[in-house]
Design a protein around this ligand. Structure first.
Ligand code: C2E
Ligand code: MG
Ligand code: MG
Ligand code: MG
Length: 292
């Protein structure tokens, strides 16, 4: 009887597995259709100097304007694209769209650097750099340095040497690169050493933990010192409250991105936001760190 039960269980899991595959297949079909029907849209979240008030750029973040379910964040559909070539098509669309947006802003007199998130799947394509070069050539009024590619540390898990070479090639094109969610990988210092990115985006978890966990603020200070010694720019992600902004300024981290500054917003709202934003005076009231 026990054996038979085991056999039934096996069949049960097999059926579930099959259903899982079919629903995943259907989901991918819907995403492909959404791409074709232009249901994706990029929202932009400003990155600023929290002390001077300078707006240093904006990050493009994908959303799906779903006809039934409303506006969906990337967490609702990007996981289905993991390891799928459709991820590359979505990534191509994001890059093209962001470059068009930069060109449009340039024509209106707003020269804003824009970063896009690049998935590991995209980096693994042999034609990544040629496609990037071609995309830039289609927008001659965009300076390559206005484009920044955000890469996750974990993208280099497979082949650190290959990803490092790739980032060097992007650099030669004049495009900036950054390490996104810095500090969450298995060997962040190895990535830091071998990946030639100009920018480190400190993961939100450290910023969140910094207010009550002394080890998080110590890590943050350490990363700031390391970044300075290596000539990298640091941006703190997830600056969610005034307390975060104040603490970061106190630690000497002036660049930030987060809800306390601005939420991601439709492109149309960016020019007005850039024209009017000022840092909260309470943030700057935090004393500057002693010069070292
Ligand atoms: P990420 O690149 O680390 O982007 C930052 C995420 O944190 C965004 O979530 C942003 O809305 C959110 N965020 C910003 N400030 C705050 C804050 O103060 N508090 C909190 N709690 N969250 C904040 P979003 O838009 O849901 O994107 C999530 C992730 O999806 C991104 O993380 C990125 O890894 C990925 N992603 C987004 N757009 C794209 C894309 O076009 N291509 C690829 N490959 N990945 C993308
Ligand atoms: Mg990012
Ligand atoms: Mg991040
Ligand atoms: Mg993230």
């Amino acid at each position: 009887a026990a054996k038979q039960g085991g056999k039934n269980r096996y069949h049960l899991f097999d059926a579930e597995h099959d259903r899982g595959l079919r629903s995943r297949h259907a989901e991918l079909g819907q995403i492909a259709l959404a791409l074709q029907q232009q249901q994706f849209v990029l929202h932009y979240q400003p990155k600023v100097n929290m002390r001077s008030g300078a707006v240093i750029g904006a990050e493009a973040l994908i959303r799906w304007q779903h006809p039934q379910r409303g506006l969906l964040g990337p967490g609702a559909f990007l996981p289905a694209l993991e390891q799928q070539t459709l991820m590359v098509d979505v990534g191509d669309w994001v890059l093209e769209q962001a470059l068009q947006q930069i060109a449009h802003w340039n024509r209106t007199g707003l020269r804003l650097p824009v970063s896009v998130n690049i998935d590991a799947m995209q980096l693994a394509q042999a034609d990544f750099v040629p496609k990037l070069r071609a995309a830039l050539a289609r927008q001659p009024e965009v300076q390559p340095s206005q484009l920044e590619l955000e890469v996750l540390e974990t993208s280099a898990l497979g082949d650190l040497g290959a990803v490092s070479a790739l980032l060097h090639q992007c650099r030669e094109l004049g495009v900036l690169t950054s390490l996104d969610d810095f500090g969450t990988g298995y060997s962040s210092l190895t990535y830091l050493k071998h990946l030639p990115t100009q920018v480190l985006k400190i993961d939100q978890s450290f910023v969140r933990g910094m207010l009550d966990d002394p080890s998080d603020s110590a890590i943050l200070q350490g990363v700031l010192g390391l970044a300075q010694a290596l000539g990298r720019l640091v941006i703190a992600e997830g600056v969610e409250t005034s307390a975060h902004a104040q603490m970061l300024l106190r630690l000497g981290c002036v660049h930030g991105q987060g809800y306390a500054i601005a939420r991601p917003m439709p492109a149309e709202q960016i020019p007005d936001w850039v024209a009017h934003w000022k840092p909260d005076p309470a943030w700057a009231a935090a004393p500057s760190p002693a010069p070292s």
